[in-house]
Ligand binder design. Structure first.
Ligand SMILES: NC(=O)c1ccc[n+]([C@@H]2O[C@H](COP(=O)([O-])OP(=O)(O)OC[C@H]3O[C@@H](n4cnc5c(N)ncnc54)[C@H](OP(=O)(O)O)[C@@H]3O)[C@@H](O)[C@H]2O)c1
Length: 272
């Protein structure tokens, strides 16, 4: 069972598992004939029926931990023996226990857990308007300073997930996953400018300026402040370290941002 199957990692987890010959049920709120909604427990029995393992992309709101606890308890009772959660490396590095509540809910509710803690996805630049829209507009303003982020390719995360869902030896293990090198936002944007032949500016702004920018675009203040906090971690250098999870699990190096950017540019995703 793969949740978040329409998302940045989930859809690639489905592809990798099918390539490995697994019988996969890909679910999200709109999947057919079986759908899955963290907030509609009537969808759960059919979603887990016959499944032995699950890839879990949480509900991504203030109810995520409570929903995780309820679902994992349910799934463990139905015989699922591998539960793999997509978390985030930043949650652990932040020292904020509130950000680890979903991981805790998983660990306390079953024995058969594995946790993936990735850095920021490269695909944020192609699939999330937070980064894609300013790149398309040719002007990126973020409170990230010159700090480095070792962006990871969502396809690498997915391949790791498919491996741990189908192989023994990962129960009770946390895999931290990063790309092969840390890039500042300016370097990432510069790479995209080079491969697209466009001029794309980057200006580092203060967290307050960024919050004001987002609120002017109708982003609620608490969400805007949370996003500013994430970029501040980059600015302060807290995200820059590398993690070896892709190499450890797959036995190969993670994909590089420049290769990702070349491929993405060819799809026209950053055309003005
Ligand atoms: N993006 C990053 O750079 C990054 C970095 C590190 C960690 N993460 C973590 O990765 C996770 C996924 O984030 P993302 O931005 O990449 O999102 P995503 O996986 O691209 O999209 C979210 C997925 O969840 C599904 N979904 C949303 N609400 C649901 C609900 N109530 N019930 C069932 N399914 C639901 C969506 O499907 P439908 O809308 O079709 O239902 C979609 O498939 C988050 O936990 C995030 O913290 C992200």
């Amino acid at each position: 069972m793969v949740t978040g199957a329409t998302g940045k990692t989930g859809r690639h987890v489905v592809e990798h598992l099918r390539r490995l010959g697994a019988d996969v049920r890909a679910v999200s709120r709109g999947s057919a004939p079986v759908r899955f909604d963290w907030f509609d427990e009537s969808t759960w029995p059919a979603a887990v029926s016959g499944a032995r393992a699950a890839y879990l992309v949480d509900a991504q709101n203030e109810h995520a931990a409570e929903r995780m606890r309820a679902f994992v308890t349910f799934a463990a009772e139905r015989g699922l023996t591998r539960l793999v959660l997509l978390s985030a490396r930043g949650w652990a590095d932040s020292g904020d226990p509130g950000l680890l509540a979903t991981e805790e809910a998983l660990r306390e509710s079953c024995d058969a857990w594995t946790i993936l803690r990735p850095t920021w996805f490269m695909q944020g630049f192609t699939e999330d308007d937070l980064l894609r829209a300013p790149v398309r507009a040719g002007s990126v303003r973020l409170p990230a300073g010159a700090g480095g982020e070792p962006f990871v390719d969502a396809r690498d995360i997915a391949e790791v997930a498919a491996a741990v869902l189908t192989r023994d030896g990962h129960t009770g293990v946390i895999h931290s996953l990063s790309g092969p090198r840390a890039l500042s936002i300016e370097e990432a944007v510069g790479t995209i400018a080079r491969v697209t032949g466009r001029t794309i500016g980057y200006r580092s702004v203060s967290p307050d300026e960024y919050v004001a920018d987002l609120m002017a675009r109708d982003v609620p203040e608490d969400e805007a402040r949370f996003l500013a906090r994430l970029f501040t971690w980059i600015r302060e250098g807290e995200d820059a370290h590398l993690s070896s999870g892709v190499q450890d699990v797959l036995g190969r190096a993670p994909r590089d941002f420049a290769d990702f950017a070349e491929e993405a540019a060819a799809t026209g995703v950053w055309a003005a």
